[in-house]
Write a protein that binds this ligand. Sequence first.
Ligand code: PCA
Length: 213
Amino acid sequence: MSATILLTGFMPFGGERTNPSWQVAAKFDRATIGGAAVRAWELPVNLKRAGQALAGALQMARPEAILGLGQAGGRTALSIEQVAINLVDERRTRETGGAIGGKPIVAGAPDAYFTRLPVAAILRALARAEIPAERSLSAGIFICNAAMYLALHATRDNPAMPVGFIHLPYATAQAARHRAAPSMSLEMMAAGVEIALKVIARSLARPRREAAT
Ligand code: PCA
């Protein structure tokens, strides 16, 4: 049986009508990429409900790898998140004048988890395809960071399992409402995510000792 990669995206939030993370993830539902079966799952932009949906997805899909996608309007490139921190503030900081609150996502759990994706290999493959990509050192403290944290926490006993998160820029269709913000076409984002899925699938076929680099 082929390995399963769980690919999550989010519902629209913050006044947007679409969220490219789900638009991209949905394209790959039930696709076979690099020999792995992809299952796409849409998560709500709410801590409790996203946690429940993720737990349900893990139980249903029983994946060998997890790639989360989310929107981070304003980013210039596909942002492969390096770290998820155990802190969440469900009020968006823009709406609270930048005041940062925050409470632990999981009380008593580790402060942070590093990604378990083969980041260097993904970045090399994206560079070859000329798709703008970067390693990001903060996934924020909103629901995307929480989804990444919860996925890494739920799979903490399986340190070789590739688990991580990529933030996407605004899609070009959204950019009309954010004139000064950078954007990327859905097609390019999807091509980049497909490359990341291929690299992850390859790492499942030939597991390496240092899974994440
Ligand atoms: N982006 C938000 C939450 C959902 C999404 O797509 C974030 O970066 O936390």
